[in-house]
Design a protein around this ligand. Structure first.
Ligand code: ZN
Length: 81
């Protein structure tokens, strides 16, 4: 009955944490034919370094968008001062 468990959980390749896909986000990054699965905290810590290293993925693109938005907001604030 518990055979489905493996399909619903992924091992974080950085910290060996078992991610429960039903409750938690998993982050998948790719570089050529390689890919890595990371838990949220590893991704938050390491995505920038990974990107510099040539890794890519939807999750990294999302982060870049977020950063650009934040940078724009900051620029506006500084102008108002
Ligand atoms: Zn991790």
């Amino acid at each position: 009955m518990d055979n489905d468990e493996t399909a619903e959980s992924e091992l974080c390749e950085n910290c060996d944490y078992i991610i429960n896909c039903a409750n938690e986000n998993i982050f998948i990054i790719t570089k050529g034919d390689d890919d890595k699965v990371w838990c949220q905290s590893c991704f938050e810590d390491l995505w920038k370094e990974a990107m510099k290293d040539g890794w890519a993925g939807d999750d990294i693109e999302e982060k870049m968008k977020e950063l650009k938005k934040k940078a724009k907001k900051k620029a506006k604030k500084q102008k108002q001062k």
